[in-house]
Design a protein. Structure first.
Length: 255
């Protein structure tokens, strides 16, 4: 064996392959659903059981489309798993697609949206107050949060609606970024506190579990940065096979 060249060893290793197959499922639970990418041409669509971290569905994809998400959810259902609710990151069209499910908008991503529009240190007082309110999103009960938000919106209505006239005579919203965030909050309003609704006890309010899996996957791939795309895909298959063996659905906490 020691007389075998490195290229021969690599060639033999390429013949060893364990492909991912969607696992047999049972039971019920809440599903984390998300995708991650390497470049612009390929990535991973993943669905994970919230209680155990077990990968319910995994697929290599070229682009993140509604059809990919629909395929994932339908596959999980067809294999016998009852979906009690879905936690997603905010692609607007997904909320319509999954309107028949209990859907939770990830709080972490909601706060990311707020930071994107308000920046880390907003100068406008209305923006600072809204940033502070959203910063405590995870600590509120639904009724209290919307009461506080309604108070903020009423207080700053004139600021939100203020318009400026440009040199060409056309008017535009003076605080466009603030107004855009307000519109986003209105859109996500029905989905921010699903986890507190009856029947959704135990539902997570973030996608942190699936984000952690993606972080671990990318860290492992970065340790082998010289791999070809084909070998990276083989590595990903193996990674999720190992995850499925480690995080068995049978080891879940009772729901």
């Amino acid at each position: 064996m020691f007389d075998t060249s490195g290229s021969s060893i690599k060639r033999r290793l390429r013949t060893i392959r364990k492909d991912w197959a969607q696992p047999v499922l049972s039971g019920s639970g809440f599903v984390h659903l998300d995708a991650t990418y390497w470049g612009h041409n390929w990535g991973v669509m993943l669905a994970v059981d919230s209680a155990s971290g077990f990968p319910l569905y995994m697929s290599l994809i070229k682009h993140e489309t509604i059809a990919d998400y629909r395929t994932a959810v339908n596959s999980i259902k067809e294999r016998g798993y009852v979906i009690r609710g879905i936690i997603i990151d905010g692609m607007p069209s997904l909320f319509k697609e999954f309107r028949d499910y209990n859907v939770q908008m990830c709080h972490f991503h909601m706060m990311q949206i707020a930071r994107r529009y308000l920046t880390k240190k907003p100068k406008l007082l209305a923006a600072r107050e809204l940033k502070s309110l959203l910063g405590g999103l995870t600590d509120y009960r639904e009724k209290e949060f919307w009461s506080r938000y309604a108070t903020w919106e009423k207080k700053w209505k004139e600021t939100i609606d203020r318009r400026t006239t440009g040199k060409n005579g056309r008017s535009f919203f003076t605080h466009k970024r603030l107004r855009t965030l307000v519109n986003s909050i209105h859109f996500y309003m029905p989905y921010l506190f699903t986890f507190q609704h009856v029947g959704c006890e135990g539902m997570p309010n973030t996608n942190n579990k699936i984000e952690g899996i993606f972080t671990d996957l990318k860290k492992n791939l970065n340790n082998h940065s010289g791999m070809s795309i084909e070998n990276r895909k083989r590595f990903i298959n193996g990674f999720f096979l190992a995850l499925a063996n480690t995080n068995s659905l049978k080891k879940r906490d009772p729901i």
